[in-house]
Structure formats: structure tokens, C-alpha cells
Design a protein around this ligand. Structure first.
Ligand code: NDP
Length: 281
């Protein structure tokens, strides 16, 4: 018998709102993995200490969330490809004595999307240009998307994202300043909401787009996990589109993180059940 569990966890501010610990620990218990996930409230000026502590205690990795996704990089020993391109890390993985930074935001999204369609050679319209959008766009580009039209309210975040995609990947990217009642262009294969529109408690919040421009067969994906059945998802399904909810993205981030840390492929349905219980959906 061993009374020494392996340790992983999360460093963020606002940690109390993050349900990842419950989801990940449900998977550990289900699969009999002797590992604990510790959710930690870490202010920006203690992040270095937290990472040094994780090293000292032999943690096998950790997630980091707002506000540490960029600043954590200076405390790590290397970066995976997409994390390097994005310049943001939300998952550190111990390799020998090193912590390598990865980003599972976009990878979780991609895994969820891949259950419905392959983004290779597809034309994509993505709303939003914040942290989630950046992660998703880079993964879609690395997966071989033909083109990504970024539709964003402000240019401040839109322009750097489009420049990054055009510089670092083979995907063609263009920015559209979000007009009222935006029409999805004909020939679009995949539509992604990567804004925070629709997040609880704004259950009926609608993106400023013409839902008549949804064509049957389009794939419409939302990053919003709570609630999973956003107005966008409901509108898209009503028009014959295939919908991909944000709960899948969150769950798959857990699946990918646990695979990085322990090498085990866990059952996503266990994590989905836990989140459904928490969100009450
Ligand atoms: P950011 O604050 O970095 O970006 C927010 C984006 O939403 C920006 O592009 C912003 O546009 C846009 N936006 C916000 N409100 C509006 C509005 N009323 N009208 C038009 N555009 C708007 O947030 P993140 O990218 O970190 O997160 C976005 C969402 O993704 C969050 O709701 C979060 O819950 C979700 N998420 C889900 C995950 C999952 O696993 N399911 C993982 C990570 C995030 P502008 O630049 O013009 O301000």
C-alpha cells in the first residue's frame, strides 16, 4: 500500500467558481487513479512561488487559469507548439524535471468538434477574439482549416489574432468588424461562438446575427458550457445545423489534461455526469 498520492491542481484567481476539480476528481475515482487535484487561489505576485512549490512537491502538472495563462510561461521550461503560437498556457505537464506548457482550451474544443466534423479544408466563421477564440483559432488552423473569418466587435483583439494566424499558420484569416444582423456567408462549413454571449445567467442572449443565414448541414459550435443549450445551439438545431455545445469542450480539456499527466484515457461520460449534476442541466 502507498499513502502517497500523486498531485495535480489549478492556480487561478477566482478559483472558487471553477468546477474542474470536481470533474477531474470524479474521473480519478472512477478509474481508480491515485491522484488528487487541488484547486488553489493564487494571486499574480505569488504565481512563481506556486510553481516552485509544485516542483518541490513533485506535482505531475497543473492547470492555470485567469489571470495566469500568459505570465506562467516565464516559470516553465518549454512550450508545446500551439501554446507557443498562442502565447498562452493553461496546462503544465511534468516531463522529467521540467514543466512543459500546453494549452488545452483549443484542444478540448477541437476534440469535441471532431466528434461531428473534421475542420481540415473547411471554411470557418468564428465570433470573438479573446483568449478562448485565440486558442480555438490556432488549433483549427493547425488542424488544416482552409480559412477563418474572425467576426469581432472591437479591432484591438481581432487584428492581432488575424495577423498571428496569417503569420504562423497556413490558414487564411480575415477580420470582420461585427455589423448588426451579420449573415453567415454562403459556403461556410463551421460557425463558432467564442464570445461570452449566452453565459449564465443570460440564458436567452442572442448573437447579433441573422439566424436565417444558417444552412442545414452547417456545424455550429458554442464555447459556453453553462448552460450547454444556449440560444445559439437551439437556433442552429432548429435550422437543421449540427450543434456542438461548450460542455464537450470543458470535458475534453479534462480528458486531455489527465492523459498528459497520467497517461490514462478517461471516460468523458463520468465527467459529463458530474458537470450536469453541478450545473443542474
Ligand atoms: P475574453 O474576455 O478574453 O473574450 C471575450 C470575447 O467576447 C471578446 O472577443 C469580446 O469582444 C466578446 N464579447 C463579449 N461580450 C460581447 C458582446 N456583448 N457582444 C459582442 N462580443 C462580445 O474571454 P475568453 O475568451 O476567455 O472567454 C470567452 C467565453 O468562453 C467565456 O464565456 C467562457 O465561459 C468561455 N470558455 C469556455 C471554455 C469551455 O471549456 N467550454 C473554456 C474557456 C472559455 P471584444 O474584443 O470586442 O470585447
Amino acid at each position: 500500500m502507498s499513502f502517497l498520492s500523486q498531485l495535480v491542481g489549478s492556480f487561478s484567481q477566482g478559483a472558487a467558481d471553477n468546477p474542474t476539480v470536481a470533474m477531474v476528481e470524479a474521473a480519478f475515482r472512477h478509474h481508480g487513479i491515485d491522484c488528487r487535484y487541488i484547486n488553489c487561489e493564487v494571486p499574480p505576485d505569488r504565481l512563481g512561488d506556486a510553481v516552485r512549490g509544485a516542483r518541490a512537491m513533485g506535482w505531475i502538472g497543473f492547470n492555470c487559469s485567469i489571470p495566469h495563462k500568459v505570465t506562467v510561461i516565464e516559470h516553465l521550461d518549454g512550450l508545446g507548439e500551439s501554446a507557443r503560437i498562442m502565447g498562452a498556457v493553461n496546462c503544465a505537464v511534468r516531463r522529467g524535471d521540467s514543466f512543459i506548457g500546453e494549452n488545452t482550451d483549443g484542444k478540448g474544443f477541437l476534440k469535441s468538434l471532431s466528434e461531428v466534423t473534421d475542420p481540415r479544408d473547411k471554411n470557418i466563421v468564428m465570433f470573438g477574439a479573446g483568449g478562448a477564440a485565440r486558442a480555438i483559432a490556432v488549433e483549427l488552423a493547425l488542424a488544416g482549416a482552409a480559412g477563418i473569418t474572425v467576426v469581432n466587435r472591437g479591432r484591438e483583439r481581432g487584428e492581432p489574432l488575424v495577423a498571428l494566424l496569417n503569420r504562423e499558420t497556413k490558414t487564411r484569416a480575415a477580420l470582420v468588424a461585427w455589423p448588426p444582423n451579420f449573415r453567415i456567408p454562403t459556403g461556410t462549413d463551421i460557425v463558432v461562438n467564442a464570445t461570452s454571449i449566452g453565459l449564465y445567467p443570460d440564458l436567452d442572449a442572442r448573437l447579433n446575427l441573422d439566424v436565417e443565414s444558417f444552412a442545414p448541414g452547417m456545424v455550429v459550435a458554442d464555447v459556453i458550457a453553462n448552460p450547454p443549450r444556449t440560444r445559439l445551439i437551439r437556433d442552429a438545431e432548429a435550422r437543421g445545423c449540427k450543434a456542438v455545445d461548450g460542455l464537450g469542450m470543458l470535458i475534453n480539456q479534462g480528458v486531455i489534461g489527465i492523459k498528459y499527466w497520467t497517461g490514462v484515457d478517461v471516460d468523458p461520460s463520468v465527467m459529463r455526469a458530474k458537470l450536469v449534476e453541478i450545473f443542474g442541466v
